[in-house]
Design a protein around this ligand. Structure first.
Ligand SMILES: *Cc1c(COP(=O)(O)O)cnc(C)c1O
Length: 345
């Protein structure tokens, strides 16, 4: 890292407007969708907020699954539009059960939307997305999946699973830049979003993106193009495509198994069981009698990517990050060795 020269980032050539649509098509392929892919020149939370701002309105009712911080925020953004939000909460830092989702769907047959985060990097859990999306599809309810963390870490085929709106970004498992993201929008979802009273002239308006980008022939993104982010996204996609998305996912799965095995070899238990764990981070509770803060300090000295979980219940867990380029057996073995050394009396 020390030899990195930021001056190489100055004066980038403009990203060819004609190639922006090509990026969107490549992203659609990665996500297994034939829906429209809208690029958002901002980090993925902005794309998530745009979905809430574009869908929500008084009289709109959403069932929102909360298993971490981003689901919580999504509910808040929806409520701000006057929409009704019914929360399904899992036990702290645990995945939601399909049974709880089914019960909530049955209690609210008038719901317009079911929103869920696929995998949580905050706690290392994964929600049973296939079952959840099937429940929504059986009831003909629109679905929104936050796949920001999971895309590239878990197999996910949006159309085959029946996900209407998918938000994703390059900076997690795809190991790309953090300042750009995207949303796929199905025809069914457009019917809810593209209304005469939809917000317009807003950076959070998906209708604006439809009019100024899709309907205008996808020549250029509205606003000022950010060439650094666009070039970086193109490079990240080149790398992912060269490896193959299935192999990227496999690499994450292997890293997760190695992290789990390593923890167990040290007498520690991974927080999430194998069926409910994400491939992105592996969390564990520090052993009894060990102060989590001082253990974390020692771990961070070896690798700054050790961190506490985020959110209620997860904030007493320590996370091993094996997302993106860190989904690598050598990196995982390094973390386990650091942990073994830090636990030695
Ligand atoms: C990281 C993350 C986001 C937010 O992405 P940013 O690019 O950091 O804004 C949203 N949802 C999930 C599940 C994430 O892991």
């Amino acid at each position: 890292m020390s030899e990195f020269n930021p001056a190489v980032l100055l004066d980038p050539p403009p990203f060819p407007a004609g190639r922006v649509a090509g990026l969107a098509d490549r992203l659609a392929l990665l996500m297994g969708t034939s829906a429209d892919v809208l690029l958002v020149q901002a980090e993925a939370v902005v794309a998530l907020e745009a979905v809430a701002a574009s869908l929500g309105r008084p009289g709109f009712k959403a069932i929102n699954i909360v298993t971490g911080p981003y689901g919580l925020w999504f509910g808040r953004w929806l409520r701000r539009t006057g929409a009704g939000v019914v929360e399904v909460r899992a036990e702290a830092a645990r995945p939601v059960s399909a049974r709880a989702v089914a019960a909530t769907l049955d209690a609210h047959p008038d719901a317009n939307l079911l929103a869920v985060v696929h995998a949580e990097s905050a706690s290392g859990i994964r929600n049973p997305i296939e079952a959840i999306l099937r429940l929504a599809r059986e009831r003909d309810i629109l679905t929104m999946v936050d796949a920001v963390a999971s895309l590239g870490g878990h197999a996910f085929a949006a159309d085959a699973r029946g996900a209407d709106i998918v938000v994703a970004g390059p900076q997690k498992a795809l190991a790309g830049p953090a300042g750009i993201s995207w949303v796929s929008v199905s025809k069914r979802a457009w019917a809810e979003i593209d209304r005469p009273d939809a917000p317009a002239t807003s950076t959070l308006s998906l209708c604006d993106l439809k009019r100024l980008w899709l309907d205008a022939g996808r020549g250029a993104l509205p606003g000022t193009p950010a060439p650094l982010e666009l070039w970086a996204l193109a490079a990240a996609l080149d790398r992912v495509e060269a490896e193959g998305i299935a192999r990227v996912v496999h690499r994450h799965a292997e890293a997760a198994i190695a992290a789990r095995d390593g923890l167990k070899a040290l007498g520690l238990s991974p927080w999430a069981g194998p069926e409910e764990a994400s491939h992105l981070v592996t969390a564990f509770a520090p052993p009894a009698g060990v102060d989590p803060a001082s253990l974390l300090d020692r771990l961070k000295a070896a690798d700054p990517e050790f961190s506490l979980g985020i959110g209620a219940g997860a904030d007493r867990l320590i996370r091993l990050n094996h997302t993106g380029r860190r989904a690598d057996l050598q990196v995982v073995h390094g973390m386990i060795a650091a942990l073994a050394a830090a636990l030695r009396p």
